[in-house]
Design a protein around this ligand. Structure first.
Ligand SMILES: Cc1cc2nc3c(=O)[nH]c(=O)nc-3n(C[C@H](O)[C@H](O)[C@H](O)COP(=O)(O)OP(=O)(O)OC[C@H]3O[C@@H](n4cnc5c(N)ncnc54)[C@H](O)[C@@H]3O)c2cc1C
Length: 509
């Protein structure tokens, strides 16, 4: 039960701010809400939705033309595309309750099939022993077995990076087949430069013997197991959830301003005072509030602080790296291409990382049943050639790689479009934690700032973690004292996960 909202006592008039920044006239103060939320993705919207439910005036600033952040769904000529496929899965009752409250019957339960494509073969994912051994063949089975035995006799003493962590549990050969290529495509880094912490967080508890045990003794039909074979998904993609959330929060008096980019965060060293934003039409607005919830990328937020933080904090923020996501979305003149919802492409010769088949997520995503709509995922960064390519070049690349790996003929592609998702992956590269350890205590000094979200807290969140952070931010505004930075990071939380849960029910990588 949350306590009823008691407005916090304000030790200063919001307008005292104007005395310190006289270049702003009162006329420029466009908005004054009790709470200003930066970013209209799952974290920001969940917070705003709960605030509106409590009749607390709230305004959301979103720089895009659509809400949902990475969970947005775009519609192209009647075809719906995710920014990468987004399963809905959570163990948090309050998140699940929220999803059903917002979407009701539009929230479907869908069957799941996903496989790994490697050297022309499809391996069931999650891996199944008999299927895997049959497909890698006798020789490779012997080699992998020998490599596994070697890893047990001569393990890496210290597990500092992902390669060491996985090799110690599976042997180097299985690491190379089932972990290396895809992981390196996503992160753009060799696996020996990715923190072991990432593997520990993502695939904790999984090792060779556990896979064998799972194969030999089929686990009972638990809730977790069911979630691996099925998932929940909005009828028209994840964006439907967040569009509906906006409608509902607006009906309760909340505001969502699209095309508004936060540019400057004014503070007095203890509290955030106001946010300056520019709209796409070039107009400049200042938003004051009592509380600020921010889900915008952490390094950008730190750089926008005014006055600026000390130099070491700025340097730490600049050192936090990210990866972009590019989706090449193709419409093919084929009614049925493959039965999977998605396929991981472990093939080393192509840039392509994963293929989504949207009619298998929800038939309503594809308006013409004689067609198939695929989303090809590419991972990239500033300065890399993929990120610089034009839409036409990317569509050509997508067609070429589809044909190269034998999934479809390029001539079958009848149309396509490109979506670019900047800063989709916070990169857990070696040393990132020490940068966060500098930034977090610095930001904690702002008593009315609530940092939430995937890139907002630099955590490899699934949407449920981001939503939970948003809900916690609202509870803190209402008087709780929850440490939002601890969501999805402490060991106790992770240890509660079962093997199958940690490996298979979460976003991979
Ligand atoms: C390929 C891929 C697949 C995934 N699959 C799954 C899955 O299957 N299941 C799952 O649960 N999760 C999945 N995720 C994770 C999920 O997408 C994220 O956890 C979730 O979107 C994070 O929400 P958020 O609100 O924290 O951040 P975001 O979604 O990044 O939202 C942040 C928002 O802030 C806005 N913004 C940024 N800067 C500014 C600014 N200066 N001013 C105003 N607005 C700004 C952005 O436009 C954006 O709308 C996947 C992610 C990827 C990349």
């Amino acid at each position: 039960m949350t306590a009823p909202f008691v407005p916090p006592t304000i030790s200063h008039s919001p307008y005292a701010y104007l005395e310190r920044f006289p270049f702003l006239s009162t006329g420029q103060i466009m908005e004054e809400s009790k709470v200003l939320v930066l970013g209209g993705g799952p974290a920001g919207l969940a917070s705003a939705y709960m605030l509106a439910n409590q009749q607390i005036p709230v305004t959301v600033l979103e720089k895009n033309d659509q809400v949902g952040g990475i969970c947005m769904t775009r519609c192209y000529k009647g075809y719906y595309f995710d920014m990468g496929g987004h399963r809905f899965y959570t163990k948090y009752a309050e998140v699940e309750k929220l999803w059903y409250e917002v979407l009701g019957d539009n929230f479907l339960t869908r069957p799941r099939l996903s496989r790994i494509y490697y050297k022309g073969k499809f391996f069931h994912y999650p891996l199944k022993i008999a299927d895997t051994l049959k497909k890698i063949g006798l020789l490779e089975t012997i080699r992998s077995g020998a490599s596994f035995v070697r890893s047990k006799i001569l393990p890496y003493r210290e597990e500092q990076n992902l390669e060491q962590w996985v090799s110690n549990r599976f042997g180097r050969r299985l690491f190379s087949i089932f972990f290396k290529t895809y992981t390196e495509k996503v992160w753009g880094l060799p696996c020996d430069q990715i923190e072991a912490e990432w593997a520990a967080q993502r695939i904790k508890g999984l090792d060779f013997w556990q896979v064998v045990k799972n194969a030999l003794f089929r686990p009972k039909k638990t809730k977790i197991k069911t979630l691996i074979e099925e998932f929940q998904y909005p009828r028209l993609g994840p964006g439907m959830m967040y569009d509906a959330m906006v409608e509902k929060l607006k009906a309760k008096g909340g505001q969502v301003l699209l095309h508004h980019t936060a540019r400057r965060i004014r503070h007095d060293g203890q509290r955030i005072l106001a946010v300056e934003a520019t709209a796409d039409d070039g107009s400049h607005e200042v938003f004051e509030a009592e509380h600020f919830v921010s889900s915008i990328p952490l390094p950008i937020f730190v750089r926008q602080l005014d006055p600026p933080p000390p130099e070491p904090i700025l340097r730490a923020a600049d050192a936090l790296k990210f990866r972009h996501l590019l989706t090449v979305n193709l419409i093919l003149d084929r009614d049925d291409l493959f039965p999977d919802n998605w396929i991981y492409i472990h093939e080393p010769g192509v840039h392509l990382g994963r293929i989504q088949n949207y009619k298998n997520w929800s038939p309503e995503m594809v308006p013409d049943p004689s067609k198939t709509a695929l989303g090809l995922e590419y991972y990239t960064a500033d300065g890399e050639s993929l990120w610089e390519m034009s839409d036409d070049q990317l569509i050509e690349l997508g067609k070429k790689e589809l044909e190269l790996i034998g999934i479809a003929k390029r001539s079958e592609v009848v149309d396509g479009c490109i979506y670019r998702v900047p800063k989709a992956y916070p990169v857990y590269m070696s040393g990132y934690r020490k940068h966060l350890d500098l930034i977090i205590p610095y930001l904690r000094q702002f008593g009315n700032l609530h940092k939430v979200g995937r890139y907002g807290t630099f955590k490899y969140n699934n949407q449920d973690h981001s939503i939970l952070m948003g809900l916690y931010a609202t509870r803190n505004i209402l008087g709780d004292n929850i440490d939002i930075w601890a969501v999805n990071s402490d060991d106790e939380y992770l240890e509660q996960r079962s093997v199958r849960d940690s490996d298979e029910s979460r976003e991979r990588p």
